[in-house]
Ligand binder design. Structure first.
Ligand SMILES: [Zn+2]
Length: 135
C-alpha cells in the first residue's frame, strides 16, 4: 500500500539494491547526485570525457560551469543525457556497471549528435570535453 501513499517516502532504488545502509529517501537530489551509485557513475564519466571535475550540485544541474553560455550549453546536453540514463536504470531497478552506463550514455549521446549538426559543433568545439588527441 505504501506505493499509493506519496507521503511515505520510498528508499533510493540503487541504495536498496546495493544495500547502502541506511537507505536514503529517494529525493531528486539524492537519486541524481548524492547517491553513492550515481555519484560514482557521473564522476567517472566526467573524469573520462571532460576536462573539469564533477561540479557541485547547483552548478551540475544548471550547467553553470563557465561564464561562456556556449560551453555551458554543450555541458547541459551531457548532463541531461547522464540524468536520462540514470533514470532508465532506476526504472529498470538495475544498478549499472560503469561500463554499461558509459555504453548507454555513448549510445544516447551519439544519437543526439547524429540528429543535430548544431549540437555536434557545440560538443566538438567545446573545450570542457576531452577530444581525440587531447592529453
Ligand atoms: Zn541511493
Amino acid at each position: 500500500m505504501s506505493k499509493f501513499n506519496i507521503s511515505i517516502g520510498a528508499g533510493c532504488t540503487f541504495c536498496t539494491i546495493s544495500k547502502n545502509l541506511p537507505v536514503e529517501k529517494e529525493t531528486i537530489l539524492h537519486l541524481f547526485y548524492y547517491c553513492p551509485t550515481t555519484n560514482n557513475l557521473i564522476d567517472q564519466w566526467i573524469k573520462k570525457y571532460c576536462k573539469i571535475q564533477l561540479p557541485e550540485p547547483t552548478r551540475f544541474f544548471t550547467a553553470a560551469i563557465t561564464p561562456d553560455e556556449g560551453l555551458n550549453s554543450g555541458f547541459q546536453t551531457a548532463t541531461e543525457i547522464l540524468l536520462y540514463t540514470i533514470w532508465q536504470y532506476k526504472l529498470q531497478k538495475k544498478v549499472p556497471s560503469a561500463q554499461s552506463f558509459n555504453t548507454d550514455v555513448d549510445y544516447y549521446f551519439s544519437s543526439c549528435l547524429k540528429a543535430s549538426h548544431k549540437l555536434w559543433e557545440q560538443i566538438f568545439n567545446n573545450r570542457l570535453f576531452r577530444h581525440y588527441g587531447d592529453e
